[in-house]
Ligand binder design. Structure first.
Ligand code: PMV
Length: 325
């Protein structure tokens, strides 16, 4: 029996400059570039087995059999790998996350990054980081940022090869932490895939896109210079701009719950009182509160006191996607 298999782990990432809107849906060319930090401690572990006797691709995610769109997104990456590796077997894919799926913590990013790496290695391909990042991008844009390690920039690009992510600083460059305030564990009603398609219906999206280079420059410099206040200000503005686009789309998308706003207000107050903290929110109600590692416990404890906060997960900057055995 012929069998090609590999297991990979990848971390989710939190974007400081968000990607929202897609220029080319077929190959996920984003409407703008973005910058993120990988999250150590949170991970997706994905095993891919190409099997001669397997009839069609099969996906098990956190113990559940997944069909339709979820499976189609997996097969998109597998098809690319089969073509490049000259394999015509279907695959069995088993993926597990050690954090809640579908609630504003990018499980699709870590899941598809781990899938891209595991499937390419199982097929005998030896892809460079850039090519792996482009491959992961096919099924989830933000997955391209979970391939390299540390602080990462996704270059918008214009075709499959030129749209990829690269590391701008390693994980140990800056001792930051992400305290993730969980206010709702349910799967979000409108996933990011559907949300991206509504971005252009907002009149604010054009202005947001036009201003992206400025925000990317400020964020990149803030990371390189470890300038917390500069990072805090640009990160919050960028998150607010994305949610402004979401709220003014047709139909409008409101991802926040009442505690989300309460946390945003508290974070602003804590920063005014001298604690270096900043918030950013993805397509969900949970709030990522970025701080220095030395303040991780204080921030986490303060967040837990806010009514509506169910739990706080903490993460420090994470490394690249990697193969495990
Ligand atoms: O990669 P997707 O399709 O899950 O989209 C991610 C979109 C945001 O998380 C809202 C922003 C980002 O850049 O991560």
């Amino acid at each position: 029996m012929e069998k090609f298999t590999a297991t990979a782990v990848a971390h989710p990432n939190i974007a400081f400059i968000k990607y929202w809107g897609i220029k080319d849906h077929e190959i996920t060319i984003p409407a703008n570039g973005s910058i993120s930090m990988n999250l150590a401690g949170l991970e997706s572990k994905t095993t891919v087995e190409f099997l001669a006797e397997q009839q069609s691709d099969q996906l098990t995610l956190n113990g559940k059999n997944i069909t339709e769109i979820g499976l189609e997104r997996v097969s998109k990456i597998l098809d690319f790998v089969r073509l490049a590796g000259k394999i015509n077997f279907a695959a069995k894919v088993i993926s597990e996350n050690n954090f809640p799926t579908g609630s504003g913590i990018a499980s699709s990013a870590s899941g598809f990054a781990a899938l891209a790496l595991a499937s390419s290695v199982a097929a005998g391909l030896n892809l460079e980081t850039n090519s792996l990042s482009s491959l992961a991008r096919l099924s989830s844009g933000s997955a391209s940022r979970s391939i390299p390690g540390g602080f990462v920039e996704w270059i918008q690009g214009e075709d499959h090869k030129s749209s990829y992510s690269k590391s701008i600083a390693p994980p140990d460059h800056w001792k930051l932490a992400d305290c993730i305030a969980i206010v709702n564990q349910k799967h979000k009603p409108i996933g990011s895939l559907a949300g991206h398609q509504l971005a252009n219906t907002s009149p604010l999206q054009t202005a947001r896109i036009q201003d992206t280079e400025r925000r990317l420059d400020i964020c990149r410099q803030a990371i390189l210079n470890k300038d917390f206040i500069a990072l805090a200000e640009i990160m919050e503005i960028d998150s607010n701009m994305m949610h402004g686009v979401m709220m003014s789309s047709s139909p409008s998308l409101f991802y926040w719950d009442p505690p989300t706003l309460e946390i945003m207000r508290s974070v602003a107050e804590w920063r005014n009182n001298g604690l270096p903290v900043a918030y950013t929110i993805d397509a969900g109600p949970n709030v990522h509160v970025i701080c220095n590692q030395e303040n991780m416990k204080t921030v986490s404890d303060q967040l837990k006191e806010i009514p509506g906060v169910i739990n706080v997960l903490s993460a420090t900057p994470g490394g690249p996607a990697k193969i495990i055995n």
